[in-house]
Design a protein around this ligand. Structure first.
Ligand SMILES: [Zn+2]
Length: 351
């Protein structure tokens, strides 16, 4: 037996050829990637080299708006070192350890949210199905802005092949931990939605929850989704409604989408929160953005509330949710509620 050489070997076993089989290419020139030493990939045409951190190719060209690349890699490496021995929920909470800006209460709330996200993801998949966005088995699905991949894990559990892409390495380490706990394989790549490291037509469907509003350039992201999703393939997403009269998705302030940037900044400062960088969409704006990006057959709907979201709510809130669910079945009322609902679901087809 030969002593193994580590040249070309990637941590966790995936090599350039494996990434190529998933449609992963250079984000700059869309050419094939080759192995470049122990923890890097290199473009076979333009020569750009890309690090592989914790077994995850880092193909970002823009970076993460909230954390430097070095700090993100350090956080990812620290999480990866604990991943095997720590349950997913505890690993997620561990990310906030030692962060003085986040209280224990907030960590508990975030962790509860991230664990409930699996049920919310199932509800999104059901809502997209109602809009005609059913995804065929065995097809490759891109989970765009996957975060800790509640959606990707649900789809992989249903028998789809899923590739998760996110701009934060730390979330991808957590995504892999969530997938491992569920016993599903979820390859993940760190990249920007505005410059996807995928071949044209590489995927049959692209799905995303709460991603479009966080992109540096949403229109560029939509154009990239159209490029990598084969013609006829679906783009299904959920996004917070800019016109919602409910709590702001990032700051908690009522009807945040209706307020000026100055008012939001003042509120964030007063309540000790980070001002989100985002572009919220109303239902009409969302349809227009997808149409301009080359999608057809666009349909919007109200996503269902999950049982987890209903549990523990007061009676008036539950009555409101029951009315909301009823309105989903009454055409005129549905349109009216859609204008002010907290979240919009949309499905379009790539042309
Ligand atoms: Zn290249």
């Amino acid at each position: 037996m030969m002593m193994s050489t580590t040249a070309g070997t990637q941590v966790n076993g995936r090599r350039a050829a494996d990434w190529s089989a998933l449609g992963v290419v250079c984000p700059l020139c869309h050419s094939e990637l080759g192995d470049a030493g122990i923890a890097a990939l290199a473009c076979t045409v333009c020569g750009a080299t890309w690090p592989v951190t914790c077994g995850i190719p880092d193909l970002r060209t823009i970076g993460d708006p909230y954390l430097s690349v070095a700090d993100d890699a350090a956080a990812a490496t620290a999480l990866a070192a604990r991943a095997g021995a720590t349950p997913f929920g505890a690993l997620y909470a561990a990310y906030y350890e030692g962060n003085a800006q986040v209280s224990a209460d907030q960590v508990a709330r975030f962790t509860h949210g991230v664990l409930a996200a699996a049920e919310r993801a199932s509800a999104s998949v059901a809502t997209w199905g109602e809009l005609g966005g059913t995804i065929d088995r065995d097809e490759l699905v891109l989970d765009l802005g996957c975060g800790t991949a509640p959606l990707g894990v649900v789809l992989a559990g249903e028998g789809h092949r899923v590739l998760g892409i996110d701009a934060g390495l730390r979330w991808l380490v957590l995504a892999r931990a969530r997938a491992a706990e569920r016993g599903v394989d979820l390859p993940v790549v760190c990249a920007n939605a505005e410059r996807l490291p995928l071949r044209a037509g590489a995927v049959t469907a692209t799905v995303g929850e709460s991603v479009l509003e966080n992109l540096t350039d949403a229109d560029a992201g939509i154009a990239e989704v159209r490029r990598v999703t084969r013609p006829g393939g679906i783009f299904a997403l959920t996004t917070p409604n800019r016109r919602s009269i409910g709590p702001d998705p990032h700051l908690g302030l009522l009807a945040g989408g209706w307020r000026s940037t100055g008012a939001l900044r003042a509120y964030a400062q007063r309540t000790g929160q980070i001002m989100p960088r985002r572009r919220l969409f109303g239902p009409g704006e969302l349809v227009a953005a997808l149409r301009e990006g080359g999608f057809a057959g666009i349909r919007v709907a109200l996503p269902r509330f999950t049982d987890a979201q209903r549990r523990g709510q007061s009676l008036p809130v539950n009555v409101a949710i029951a009315g909301y669910h009823l309105s989903r079945r009454v055409p005129g009322l549905r349109w009216l509620v859609l204008q002010v609902a907290p979240t919009i679901a949309v499905v379009g087809r790539s042309t």
